[in-house]
Ligand binder design. Structure first.
Ligand code: ATP
Length: 666
């Protein structure tokens, strides 16, 4: 049995339902070592026959048997392998891949062999040497003459050392000299023990073969033996040492995709930029959200100690509550400070015994006080007790108040006394007075002369005039008022326990009565954080809409890329690449575009974030753009997912392309 046997090959093309028979029953046998020319008129079906022999066409009747094994045209993988291992394909239009150089074009076929990297490169150089192009390896196809390009195509066809070389009008576009050279190389290939099948309409070209088969009206009509093979050559050649092949490894798809991206860099860089802008906007908004949240927390923590809770006595009497709230907000109060409910020692003890509480500091506060310095009277909306939550760092002069001493507010008292020499107030004696109601509801005046210990600039911005607890107690007692505390500052071990302790305090009951009223700053903080979080998410989502545009850009780019690279798809399929390889090629290019966009977006976000921070730091004293590692990871993930989704349809189109039509593409 001959190495290649075609039996009863019939093929029709259909226009609508009408069949146009092209091949009408071809029988042909060819041995290894033979150079057979199939001579026929233009349009006679030569290319159609070559596509069947080379495993590109699957829709025909008849059988193709190679080395005793009939090809099953329904099995994709078997056909891919057949093209990879058995067939070397040379066409009239060279079919070189324009974004790969000469060496890379040859290596493309070798990538599907099991040779080591070094062996593949060595073999590619040897093949180029054989076709006389050793010194052209680094050139791109567009830098070569037609004859040179065809010789590269021959080198590539021989790369996997296939037993059958199929040449479709290999000299159709060449001048006489180049034609002679190519035919000489084909003769040599046959002499080396391979089978060469060359279709041509040129009688002169056909004369280079051992045997000429005439294709007339869809059938082999006539045979001409020009150079009979020696009898030992017509015997099936002994098993040749072939190069083992493998499906294309994933990394090769990536490398090829990268080379294409590099080749079309100007176009791709615009796509990368467009995609990066969308990703960058999302990243910047997220960073800005983090920064603003951090800034608000920072500001609030500066003003209020998140580990402390201010506790008042709870009153269910409407009037009392009103008074109590008036005491908290001095602007609402009248000129006589309301009577404040006090804490008993047992109540303080109850607070101390709460879980997570590490300290309870009693305090007394009064509203609507007056402070007289010499002949000047100043109003102090609140006179309160200095507690450990008031930061010592807020003292701008002097020290915290000792017994019978006071610290005065810088803006509302000291600087009104003297805009420039306000520090000199320290050490002076002032008279503090306020009116309040005693337990019986009668007005009482509390008054005392105190020495100024320090000047304070409250971080909260509110006016702060404070004495120590003992002095507050002594002043109240002297006026016949209770010396029990009117508020208590509860300290918790860690900020996170703040809210739980606040809830516990508010739920403490004696005889079914709520005892205390506490407010947590962390509740407020959490609420602010939630609002900022929502605002950030909304802004990032709006910016995210541009990601849809980015995805569309990648889809359009990939579709254009698939259309522009149809020929390449055909070439890769003819070399034995599977549909999966083609899909991977386009998917990996999209993934690279996505990855690069994420890199660029990160760079832009960091760069612009740094510039913004530089400007805004002067105003806020805080870095307002904070891009976290999680945002970067998220952006990379997002970019990859978008790119992958965008590549699905175009890559599928590429993978499903009919290799014959793809090869015929311009
Ligand atoms: N996809 C197709 N659909 C319909 N008809 C087709 C198709 N491909 C080829 N044909 C027709 O089949 C016939 C044989 O085409 P084929 O390309 O095999 O001829 P050829 O001998 O290789 O011609 P040439 O030497 O000019 O390349 C032609 O008449 C052509 O118009």
């Amino acid at each position: 049995m001959a190495y290649l046997e075609l039996r009863g090959i019939r093929k029709s093309y259909y226009i609508g339902k009408r069949a146009f028979p092209v091949l009408k029953g071809i029988d042909l046998t060819v041995e290894l070592g033979e150079f057979v020319a199939i001579l026929g008129e233009s349009g006679g079906g030569k290319t159609t026959l070559m596509n069947i022999i080379s495993g590109l066409d699957r829709q025909f009747d008849g059988t193709v048997t190679v080395h005793g094994q009939e090809l099953d045209h329904l099995r994709d993988r078997q056909l891919d392998r057949y093209r990879r291992e058995t067939i070397g394909y040379i066409s009239q239009s060279y079919n070189l891949i324009r974004h790969l150089n000469v060496l890379e074009n040859v290596l493309l076929a070798l990538d599907m062999t099991k040779l080591s990297r070094g062996e593949r490169t060595r073999r590619a150089h040897e093949l180029l040497q054989q076709v006389g192009l050793a010194d052209q390896a680094k050139k791109y196809p567009s830098q070569l003459s037609g004859g040179q390009q065809q010789r590269v195509a021959i080198a590539r066809a021989l790369a996997g050392d296939p037993p059958i070389v199929v040449a479709d009008e290999p000299t159709g576009a060449l001048d006489a000299d180049n034609t002679a050279e190519v035919m000489r190389i084909l003769q040599q290939i046959a002499a080396d023990g391979r089978m060469v099948i060359c279709v041509t309409h040129s009688d002169r070209v056909a004369q280079a073969a051992n045997r000429v088969e005439h294709l007339v009206d869809g059938q082999i009509k006539d045979q001409q033996v020009l150079r009979p093979l020696a009898s030992d050559q017509t015997q099936p050649a002994p098993a040749r040492q072939t190069i083992a092949t493998r499906p294309l490894p994933l990394h090769v798809s990536f490398t090829t995709a990268f080379r294409h991206m590099r080749f079309t860099w100007s176009w791709n860089s615009l796509i990368v930029l467009g995609t990066a802008i969308g990703l960058f906007a999302v990243m910047l908004f997220a960073g800005l959200g983090n920064g603003i949240r951090g800034y608000i927390n920072h500001q609030i923590n500066n003003v209020v100690d998140p580990q402390s809770i201010t506790v008042m006595r709870y009153s269910n009497n409407g009037k009392d509550q009103e008074e109590q709230s008036a005491a908290v907000d001095p602007a609402v109060a009248g000129t006589i400070a309301p009577h404040m409910q006090t804490f008993s020692p047992q109540q303080l003890q109850a607070l101390r015994e709460l879980h997570h509480v590490i300290g309870v500091e009693p305090g007394i506060s009064a509203t609507n006080a007056t402070i007289s310095i010499g002949n000047n009277r100043y109003s102090a909306p609140e006179l309160t007790t200095w507690t450990s939550t008031d930061p010592v760092s807020s003292l701008k002069a002097g020290h915290p108040a000792g017994n019978n001493q006071i610290v005065l507010d810088k803006t509302t008292i000291a600087q009104k006394w003297s805009a420039t020499n306000w520090r000199q107030l320290v050490g002076k004696t002032v008279t503090v007075a306020y009116q309040t109601l005693n337990a019986k509801g009668r007005p009482v005046t509390v008054q005392r002369q105190l020495k100024v210990a320090g000047i304070v600039d409250s971080p909260s911005g509110a006016s702060l005039n404070a004495v120590n607890y003992a002095t507050m107690q002594s002043m109240s007692q002297a006026a016949g008022l209770s010396k029990q505390p009117t508020f208590a500052t509860v300290r918790v071990a860690v900020r996170e326990q703040n809210e739980a302790v606040v809830n516990e305090i508010n739920q403490l009951k004696v005889g079914g009565q709520q005892q205390f009223s506490a407010n947590s700053i962390s509740t407020t903080l959490d609420r602010v954080n939630t609002y900022v979080g929502i605002a950030t998410a909304v802004l990032a989502a709006i910016a995210g809409i541009s990601l849809a545009v980015s995805a569309l850009m990648i889809i359009v780019t990939m579709y254009m890329s698939v259309s522009a690279r149809m020929k390449e798809i055909g070439v890769l399929r003819s070399l034995g690449e599977s549909r999966r390889d083609i899909r991977r090629l386009f998917t990996s290019e999209a993934l690279m575009l996505g990855g690069l966009s994420a890199v660029l977006a990160t760079g832009l976000a960091y760069g612009l974030g740094a510039i913004l921070n530089h400007w805004l730091y002067r105003i806020a004293g805080y870095p307002l753009v904070q891009i976290h590692a999680t945002s970067i990871a998220l952006i990379f993930g997002l970019a990859i997912v978008i790119a992958w989704l965008a590549a699905i349809l175009p890559a599928r189109r590429a993978a499903r392309a009919n290799p014959i039509k793809a090869l015929a593409a311009k």
